[in-house]
Design a protein around this ligand. Structure first.
Ligand SMILES: Cc1cc2nc3c(=O)[nH]c(=O)nc-3n(C[C@H](O)[C@H](O)[C@H](O)COP(=O)(O)OP(=O)(O)OC[C@H]3O[C@@H](n4cnc5c(N)ncnc54)[C@H](O)[C@@H]3O)c2cc1C
Length: 450
């Protein structure tokens, strides 16, 4: 049973402490404004949750009335317009506590990577943060969470110790390996398909500094740099995590002058070892050609964002991702044909290849549902509209594993998402789904159940 948009949620209003906003409310747009501006969220109701009880009341209410439920922390991963859904926003639940003795952080659903880094760094500790610390910790971690320390320490999801989850009937569950082993396995990698996480506890790693940053090369040497990278990357140990991106940078003042308005190749390196060792490792790549800008240096771990230099202002992005079996010369040639400087595709903002392997390839101490461990590289293409990004992924299809990292898949059908897991893991995920969300209330985001 659903109500008209003017009174929808009237019976929920007194049961939540945070704001309740309906379609047509002038404050709704600001409440739900996502980082990713490719889509505008149009929920029927948004609940600005302040605590687990708010989340529980909103989910239970929505499920009783046949609404689907979506959750948004920062809107970096918005994949649909959420039409007709009840949207729980979590930005008010952004508490972060660090226990330096237990080497652990406990965060609320709305915390960003930057908040955890700021709390952990004074203790010489780091989360397994991603390329941009503005991204929400919970969404990033549940989708796997691949960052610049990944080849040494694995996925962020591998470090989760406990979580609190609101399931479809509004129940608040304590989930860890002892209390809810199947749910614990599934949520760490299966993302928002099982409920809304209100609190997440995860391990931190002892990293205070690293040798890292980026080197930007001009368009004229794109082929030389990419071919050098495919030979160099496989020689690196697990202490070094790298990626390489083809960027079409806008002519904006916030882009450093030598890069402004240009096509560039951006090599990213994060090396957990002495600076001299890192510089020696980077030497063969630096020798390929003179750089436009070279910001590789010894750096505090808290400055990890400097490795990728991701955009910080909201922008429209449609992402398409795939995982690759390898990066032979033919794949590099295909990449250059699909995204290189000779291609007239001004909207193709970024195409990046991240090197996987190392700890990313090994199952964690407590196994989880993170897909993509079998791949050698991850491919991600980003553009304001679907076409250009999809074309790149299609062109690299001969080297695709058939899978993708869930966080880099973008909007996709349930069928495509289900294809990320082995048949056995998919069956296990779907069994957890049938048990904990039988009516498919959490069908938005990146659904495993059509
Ligand atoms: C600039 C940029 C850089 C990125 N860098 C990386 C990277 O280095 N590595 C990487 O792995 N990914 C990266 N991503 C992808 C990112 O991790 C995913 O898009 C992630 O889902 C974003 O989470 P969010 O909460 O910030 O976004 P939101 O749009 O708020 O949420 C996206 C989805 O996360 C899930 N989710 C969020 N909160 C909860 C919750 N409380 N309970 C259950 N599910 C929840 C839901 O499925 C939701 O639909 C990047 C994305 C961008 C735009």
């Amino acid at each position: 049973m659903t109500s008209s948009t003017t009174d929808v949620g009237a019976d929920l209003e007194g049961r939540v402490t945070g704001p309740l906003l309906r379609a047509g409310d002038p404050s709704l747009a600001a409440e739900v404004a996502p980082f990713n501006r490719a889509r505008t969220p149009r929920p029927v109701v948004a609940v600005g949750a302040t605590c687990a009880e708010d989340v529980s009341a909103a989910v239970g209410w929505a499920a009783m009335r046949g609404h689907r439920v979506a959750v948004q922390a920062t809107g970096h991963g918005l994949t649909s317009s959420l039409a007709g859904a009840v949207l729980v926003t979590t930005k008010r639940m952004a508490g972060v506590e660090v226990d330096p003795v237990a080497r652990a952080a406990r965060v609320g659903a709305g915390a960003s990577g930057a908040q955890v880094i700021a709390a952990a760094a004074p203790h010489g500790l780091m989360p397994l943060a991603g390329s941009s610390s503005q991204v929400g910790v919970v969404g990033y971690t549940l989708g796997g969470g691949l960052g610049p320390l990944g080849r040494r320490y694995g996925f962020a999801a591998d470090h989760v110790r406990r979580l609190r989850l609101v399931t479809f009937e509004g129940a608040v569950r304590e989930v860890d390996v002892d209390r809810e082993p199947e749910l614990f396995w599934a949520v760490r990698g299966g993302k928002g398909n099982f409920g809304i996480v209100t609190e997440l506890e995860f391990g931190l790693v002892p990293v205070a500094r690293l040798y890292g940053g980026g080197v930007f090369f001009p368009a004229e040497v794109a082929a030389d740099v990419l071919h050098a990278y495919r030979e160099w990357a496989p020689t690196l140990s697990d202490e070094t995590t790298t990626s390489i991106a083809l960027l079409r940078l806008p002519p904006l003042p916030e882009v450093p002058e030598p890069l402004r308005g240009r096509f560039v190749v951006h090599l990213r390196i994060a090396h957990l070892g002495p600076a001299a060792e890192g510089a020696a490792l980077a030497a063969p790549m630096r020798a390929v050609a003179p750089a436009l800008l070279d910001v590789l240096a010894d750096m505090p771990a808290a400055a990890l964002d400097a490795v990728h230099m991701d955009p910080t202002e909201p922008m429209p992005v449609r992402e398409r991702g795939a995982t690759l079996t390898g990066l032979p010369a033919e794949a590099v040639d295909a990449l250059l044909a699909a995204a290189g400087p000779d291609l007239d595709a001004p909207s193709l903002v970024m195409v990046e290849i991240r090197q996987l392997g190392g700890a990313l390839a090994r199952p964690p101490a407590v196994p989880n549902a993170v897909a993509g461990r079998d791949a050698a590289y991850s491919l991600l293409a980003v553009a304001p509209e679907d076409g250009p990004a999809s074309a790149v992924v299609d062109r690299l299809a001969p080297w695709s594993t058939g899978g993708a990292l869930l966080n880099f898949l973008g909007a996709a059908t349930a069928e495509r998402i289900r294809g990320l897991w082995s048949p056995a893991d998919l069956e296990r995920l779907l069994a957890v789904k049938r048990r904990h969300d039988p009516a498919n209330v959490f069908a938005l985001g990146q659904p495993i159940d059509g």
